[in-house]
Ligand binder design. Sequence first.
Ligand SMILES: [Zn+2]
Length: 466
Amino acid sequence: MRRKFSYILVSCFLLFVILLSGGCASTPVDEQPLPEEDRYLVYIIWDAFRYDYYEWANDGQYDGTPALNELIENGVLFTDASTGIPSITNPMQAVLVTGAYPRTTENIYRYFDKDEQKVKQTARENSAETLAEAAASQGLKVASVQQFMVLDRGTSYEDPSHLYIQPGGDFKNRVDEAIKILKGEPVVTQGTTEIVFDGIPDIMFIYADDLDTVGHNEKPSYGYYDGTAASTEEERIERCIETVIQMDNELARLIETLREIGIYDKTSFVLAADHGMTPYSGTSSLNDLMDVLKSCLSALGYDVDEKSVEFLNTGNTPSETNRIVIVSVGLQAQIYLNWEFTENEYNFIVTALKSELHSDYIGGVLTFDELQERGAHPDTGDILVWPNPPHHFKNSTSNYKARGGHDTIDESSQHVFLLMSGAGFKKGTQINTKVYNWDIVPTVSHVIQIDPPENVDGRIITEAVQ
Ligand SMILES: [Zn+2]
């Protein structure tokens, strides 16, 4: 839109010059087409990049993150960016590539389907248009280095102008492949098939999950720490910070390549995260939560047996006498009232759960309406309860040591790193107002001057745009 506006301005100016000069210019300058302004977008997602890691890495005790800091100097750091609900990789990647709420993408991971009386789980479902699809339909070239939510949704293994590759491995390996694409060198698509990208991608997605595997601290993948878990919470956190610093070195190589091929100044950058990481340890608080719910049912005059409140896994169906279903991926508990309940009954249960807030294991309670206000899908639950770290609601008797999880409303998972930098963005700016991950796609669409995907729910963060 801005491109059209400036074209009109320049055309008027040229017409004015021609009229002044008596209209006898030897070349009809007003007919010369304006050169198309090259604009590139590099959109990087570091899975599980908790905002705090950035601050801790730069607090003077560690080597810091010069590449991220360079981008921030040349752009905007968002100090209060939030992800959505559930803060689980696939649903949040869907948000990051569509600018739509989980309610709109309908990718919500694990949930209880009341109509079918069954617990289900989404994988890569996405009902909203992706940025890759919108860009491709407007003539832009797109490359995705393992941003799997745009596989066959705007990029594919076969199309050299809209290419998807899945190199696997750590961020270093994915940067290696991204550099090959930028330099016009062959990359492996599937098996041993090689392909050369057609020119320079207008949009390049890069997804890396180093911080997720290190942060969960089960058996870190990609060779990190020889696949052995950290034994204390301090060590787990230290590893996450070291991993950020290591990834920052690779980011520097990518930036260097953009300089080498001469497009750095024309490139807009986003570095975002799908969720953070919350510590958990010890034994589960699930039974405490179930006891509260059972006593609610008793107080409401219902018969209570061991099936009245059930924790169900994917594929499970509730028992005949069930009234409350709990679904969890480990941290938050999604609570479904599985009968024709009244508003009074609903409010009674919410009040009872909130009155448990003093007892340390509950971190917070969201009602159905509060979930809707945050863009959650109606099937996410009637009530959502999240644990106060390091408590958890795993359906397990294990006594955990220094683990990380992220399906929670706790700040450590909700507060994510976000920067926007380079062409089109303000320089050296910090934005402290709350922004959400669904605001990214509308904002970058505006900056690279394309129409946004069809289903965006987010806003253009105008305060970040030059
Ligand atoms: Zn994870």
